[in-house]
Ligand binder design. Sequence first.
Ligand SMILES: [Zn+2]
Length: 172
Amino acid sequence: MNDLNFTSENQNFKVVIPNIVLDEIQILCKSSYPNETGGILIGFYNEQYTSAIISKFMSAPPDSKSGPTWFVRGINGVKKKLDQLWYKKNEYYIGEWHYHPDSSSTLSNQDIKQMSEISCNENYKCPEPVLLIVGGRYKSWEYSTYVFPKNKKFIQLDVVDEFGGSKELDSR
Ligand SMILES: [Zn+2]
């Protein structure tokens, strides 16, 4: 399967999520079922800062907590890991991912609130954090991706197919 390419309607924001990253995230979602799980997206930007390319991710830090309909991402070890990645590989905090078991990948009000807070939080140095939500379950996953520009309304990104148009994402 191909990498997933997401774009905003005006093409100002693009996010590329390689298949290998999605596969590994799916494994974590499957083993966490029926509870939520999540973590951090890491990667880099193109020169114009219009495309974020996800190169790796962090699973839930040990102090994270979750239930079937909620997830609070912990912070233990996160800053250290992000600092290391930045020094060694020039990779950055890009945003967050989490799983909605047996549910839609549409974001919740709580998700909006948390991401808006991150966009304004100087510690993350990320004024346009990305949120990837995985919905559904094993063999019928669904994905939604959003960008949260600081002090602006969030933008939902659509999946772009290999011919350049956007389409509704089928289950995979
Ligand atoms: Zn959520």
